[in-house]
Design a protein around this ligand. Sequence first.
Ligand code: DX5
Ligand code: ZN
Length: 218
Amino acid sequence: MALIVPSILSADFAQLGEQVRAAQAGGADRLHVDVMDGRFVPNITVGPLVMEAVRRHTTLPLEAHLMIVEPERYVEDFARAGADLLIVHQEASPHLHRTIQRIQRLGKRAGVAINPATPLAMLQEILGDVDLVLCMTVNPGFSGQDFISGMLPKIERLRAMIQQHGARCDLEVDGGIQTQSAPVAVRAGANVLVAGSAVYGDADGAAAGIARLRAALA
Ligand code: DX5
Ligand code: ZN
């Protein structure tokens, strides 16, 4: 079964602790914190302080999705704030190999994300070194966007590439994951699904949103 990772970007930030606990109680596998700087992406969200606050309300593993320029400058801060997995964008880190090493030397898992327009070839030389590849299925910046179904063949090719390399990394997808897109993304080869609005936008609460996603995958 694919892992379900709620993104707190769609949560009610005025009640963040409660929203984090609701996702854990509802059976989330880990939690996703979207860090945006207004430069790599048009939006600005949260920093290590909020990661630290989330950490206090859950025992689940936390992932930091760093949508920021020069992510290498901040990996120590997010690791210290409680992130277990740090994901940097290939497009934002010219010395990606060094950044990945730095994260792993901190004792954390390291992931690399690519935008919809970035070719898989950009991962060729790093695939064997990372713990996770994040294939964006929307252009990063906002929750609630539509899943780009043109990414499905890319997910299939990425799964094949991981197998060819004998790599053991996770294949995560992020953006527009709903009950319709979740099963097709998994069929294409994803084994970790980030979901923002499908979880926190559910009128019956986060647990219901997670349950609906799991039912769609069954
Ligand atoms: C988008 C973020 C996503 C976002 C997903 O830039 O990286 O993690 O929160 O939200 P949904 O699931 O609503 O597309
Ligand atoms: Zn994200």
